[in-house]
Design a protein. Structure first.
Length: 230
C-alpha cells in the first residue's frame, strides 16, 4: 500500500442528477451547480441522487470536475479518468508497479492505424503499447469493465491484438473494497471475447487498484498487481 498523491484542494458536495455524458447537477455548499464528468460509462452505482462526491477545481466554464464518490467512511472511489491516469504515471515513475519496474513513458496518445493508444512505454529494452481502461463498476468482490457497450473499447482491444507481441491492457480499479478484476460479460459480450483472444495471443492483461482516503487526503495504491479473472 503506497501513497501516490496528496489532494487537499477539493470541495465536497452531493449528487442531484446526471444531465448528459459530461455534465452532472450537484449541490456544493448548499448551492446548485453543474460539474464536469470525464468518465463516459453509465456509472449507475455512483451517480445516484444523494451520493456524496469530491470535486476538483478545473479551469473551465464548469468550475469543478466530479472526481470521487464516497464508498465508505473516509473512503472514496475514483471515477475521474484523468486522475486515474495521473496516478498510474506517478506509480510507474516511482517504481510501485512491480511488473513494470524500470519502465518509462516514451509517448502519450500514440497513434496506430486509426486509433490513439494511451501510451508507448519502454521496459527492459522493449517498447510496449499500453492502453488504460477505467474499471469502476463493482459486482460482489470484483471491479469490472465496462458498465455499458463500448465500441471504442472494442476498437482499442482489436488494435492491440493486431500488435500482440508488445501490448498491454491495464485496468485501473478505482475502488477499495474489491479483490480482483473481471470483464463485464453482460454489459459487452464482444469485449469479453476480445479480451480472451488478446490473452491467447499474448497481450498482457493487467490491473491495479487505487482509492482516495479522505483522512489522509491521499490517493492510495492498494494493489499494483490486482488479480485478473477472465
Amino acid at each position: 500500500m503506497k501513497i501516490l498523491l496528496k489532494i487537499e484542494n477539493y470541495e465536497k458536495g452531493v449528487i442531484i442528477e446526471r444531465l448528459n455524458r459530461f455534465v452532472v447537477k450537484v449541490k456544493i455548499k448548499n448551492r446548485l451547480t453543474l460539474a464536469h464528468l470525464n468518465n463516459t460509462g453509465r456509472l449507475e452505482d455512483f451517480l445516484k441522487k444523494g451520493e456524496v462526491g469530491l470535486f476538483l477545481p478545473i479551469k473551465n466554464k464548469l468550475k469543478f470536475r466530479l472526481s470521487m464518490i464516497k464508498e465508505s467512511k473516509n473512503i472514496y472511489s475514483i471515477i475521474d479518468t484523468q486522475l486515474q491516469m495521473k496516478c498510474f504515471e506517478i506509480a510507474l515513475k516511482k517504481g510501485y508497479i512491480s511488473w513494470l519496474k524500470g519502465a518509462k513513458i516514451l509517448k502519450r496518445n500514440f497513434r496506430i492505424n486509426h486509433s490513439l493508444i494511451d501510451y508507448l512505454i519502454q521496459h527492459k529494452n522493449k517498447k510496449y503499447l499500453l492502453e488504460i481502461k477505467s474499471a469502476v463498476m463493482k459486482y460482489k468482490n470484483f471491479a469490472m469493465y465496462p458498465d455499458c457497450p463500448s465500441i471504442r473499447g472494442q476498437k482499442h482491444i482489436k488494435e492491440l491484438i493486431d500488435n500482440y507481441r508488445n501490448s498491454i491492457i491495464l485496468f485501473i480499479a478505482g475502488i477499495k473494497n474489491i479483490s480482483a478484476f473481471s470483464p463485464n460479460k453482460n454489459a459487452d459480450p464482444k469485449i469479453y471475447e476480445l479480451l480472451k483472444i488478446a490473452k491467447e495471443k499474448g497481450v498482457k492483461i493487467k490491473a491495479i487498484q487505487i482509492y482516495f482516503d479522505e483522512k489522509r487526503k491521499s490517493v492510495i495504491l492498494k494493489n499494483g498487481n490486482l488479480p485478473v479473472i477472465l
